[in-house]
Design a protein around this ligand. Sequence first.
Ligand SMILES: [Cu+2]
Length: 177
Amino acid sequence: MVAGTRGLQAPSEGFAGEKEEFVKKLLFLVVLSLVVALVLAPPVGAQQGEGVTVRMEDNYFDQANITVEPGTTVTWVQAGDNPHTSTSYDGLWDSGLIQGGAEGSVSYTFEEPGTYSYFCGPHEDQGMVGTVTVTGGTEASGQQQLAATGGPSLVLPAALLLLGSGLLGWAALRRIS
Ligand SMILES: [Cu+2]
């Protein structure tokens, strides 16, 4: 009698054990997809307040034409032997003459979208000029920013994966009980 009961229970216990293993794997998948979704989620405002440095070489700006996001602070640093300036054509900033070898610099924070041109006083006629283009202000650039941060294109599949895993886990639990 006792032996017979054990004989009946043994296989069913083994079967239940396999199902438990299956549910554990599903739960692992759910947790994994949750972690993936968190990792892929774009950090909000990561580009805000970023700084960019442009070096004043002899006789050129090392990054003569740059594109930045609104709120970016650009700093021009004297890196040459000749005296240089960074001077906005629109009068927005002017470093004044910075002697060669000096640690001089000038910074300007760009808030409004647009293209800003500047030059070096002594070397403008040698082509020591540059532009800072600030993105935004149009539909197209807004979409580009979304794509650049991974936006909804990565979050949506992650959410679907999470939902699918959850449904599978729920179905497995219903089968067991
Ligand atoms: Cu110069």
